[in-house]
Structures are given as C-alpha cells and as structure tokens.
Design a protein around this ligand. Structure first.
Ligand code: ADE
Length: 277
C-alpha cells in the first residue's frame, strides 16, 4: 500500500486554520522560485499533511502573482500524493446559495497571465513539451471523498460543478457574469487554473472543495459581489470547510491508492515529452 501524504492549500479565508498541530515549519525552494509561504507539516488523525497558504499567510499575494508552479512543486518535493484545496467562489446558479459547497469537476479557463506547465524549455526545468490530456482535470476518487464527507456532516453540497477561473483581480461585469452562465458554468473563482493542471503534471491526486460566497454580478435586484461579502461568508463557514478536510484526510488514508497513483504517473508525469526542435 503506497503511504499517502496530503498537501492542503488553503484559500481566501482559510489561511491559518485550526487544521492540525504543526510539528515542523520550513521553507522549500523550487526551480520555479519560492512558494507562497513556508510549508507547515503535521498530522491529522495520524496522517502526514503539509499545509500551504495559497495567498501567503497574511493574504498579500493576488491571484495573478501566486507562484502556482512553486506551490505544487514544493508539495511534490515534500512527498505529497494528494492535494486538497479550498476555494471561495461566486455562484452562477440560482440554486447554489452562499454557504453551499460545490465539488468541482470541470473548469473553463479565462486566465491570461499564468504559466500552466513545468515544461517551459527553461534551463533547470524538465525538458521537452508536455501536451497534457485535460478531459478529466480533477481526481474523481478524491473528489468523491470530499462529496461524501460533506454529506456525512450534513452540509449542503452540489456533487459536481464547472468553475470559470478568471484572471482577476477585478470581479466580472454583469455581461461577463451572464455570459458565463450561458456557457453552463456553475461557479467562478480566480485560482483553480492553473493549480489543477500543474498538480496533474506532477501526478498528484487533486480535488477542490469550493464554497459559494456570493452571487457574482449577474443576479437582478442583488448587489454585485464585493471582497467584504466574500470574506464574511467564507469566515462564517470556514469551520465547515475544516471539518470536511479533516474527515476527508482520514477517509483517503484508509484506502490503497497504489494503482491510481501509478495510473496518474503513467498518464502524465512520465509521458515522454516531445523534444523541443
Ligand atoms: N471568489 C469569490 N467570489 C468570486 C467571484 N464572484 N468572482 C471571482 N472570484 C471569486
């Protein structure tokens, strides 16, 4: 049985959670520069975990400036087999209410300024070009655990969801927000891409629990989203997200992931990159 180690990336409102007792804290350098913060290691129910604050512990790093490649590389370097993340999202659907959880299973990429691959041809980075299949971006088994934990805890959860990731840092106009609804998206945020893509390049099982914090800008008769509204909703529901993550870690660790991890490795990490001509 492959031992699991779980990286947890805490998003807005979950930067310094009461998730576990930290047993060690240390920086981790990477070929892509430093991650958003030091890595904090500890145990949840005996399972080794590594916690990383996506926007830095003081929430000083805006979504475009997050060093996603360094964050994921650092977690891989520490031996993480899984990455669980929380993300605050705007709701694009009437039936997804602020405070609800959505288990993400698809994305639409509207980012413009982010590097989405480790294979960029730079010196000291992995050689070649990687054309990574992305039909199923999230780890469906890990995702199922998150969904089941929400249900077991009695929280409202939408078992699937398409997220639109925008570049930010501004929120969307009404016209953009309505267009995303027409595209069939369920929620909107600023960080899932390229995080999910990079985790896949490194062969880690990645799953995201999104918390709806607002109705973005599309809803008639409602004030458009503000950062204060996002943070207030997330803060008042953060304990729920922590409970889900804690329970999910235990459920994940009780399973044998050997086959899934080697399938992920074969499907991407060890893909023979196309040589740069
Ligand atoms: N994060 C939380 N709410 C959001 C929204 N409406 N748009 C983009 N990112 C968000």
């Amino acid at each position: 049985m492959t031992p699991v180690k779980i990286g947890i990336i805490g998003g807005s409102g979950l930067n310094n959670p009461d998730l576990f007792e930290v047993t060690s804290e240390s920086p981790q350098d990477t070929p892509y520069g430093p991650p958003s913060d030091i890595l904090r290691e500890g145990l949840i129910g005996g399972v080794p975990c590594v916690l990383l604050a996506r926007h830095g512990r003081k929430h000083t790093i805006m979504p475009t400036k997050v060093n996603y490649r360094a964050n994921l590389w650092a977690l891989k370097e520490r031996g993480c087999t899984h990455v669980l993340v929380s993300t605050a999202c705007g709701s694009l659907q009437e039936n997804i209410h602020p405070g609800d959880f959505v288990i993400l299973d698809q994305f639409i990429d509207r980012t413009t300024k982010r590097s989405q691959t480790f294979y960029d041809g730079e010196e000291g980075h992995p050689p070649g070009i990687l054309h990574l299949p992305m039909g199923t971006p999230f780890c469906s088994d890990t995702t199922t655990h998150l969904k089941e934990c929400c249900e077991a805890l009695g929280y409202t959860v939408h078992p699937t969801g398409t997220v639109v990731t925008i570049e930010g840092p501004r929120f969307s106009s009404k016209a953009e927000s309505r267009m995303f609804r027409q595209w069939g998206a369920d929620v909107i945020n600023m960080t899932t891409v390229p995080e999910v893509v990079l985790a896949r390049e490194l062969g880690m099982c990645y799953a995201a629990i999104a918390m709806a914090t607002d109705y973005d800008s599309w809803r008639e008769g409602h004030e458009a989203v503000t950062v204060e509204a996002v943070m207030a909703t997330f803060r008042s529901n953060a304990e729920k997200a922590i409970n889900v993550l804690k329970m999910a870690v235990a459920k994940i660790a009780a399973e044998d992931w050997s086959q899934r991890i080697s399938a992920l490795k074969n499907s991407c990490h060890d893909v023979e990159p196309v040589p740069v001509s």
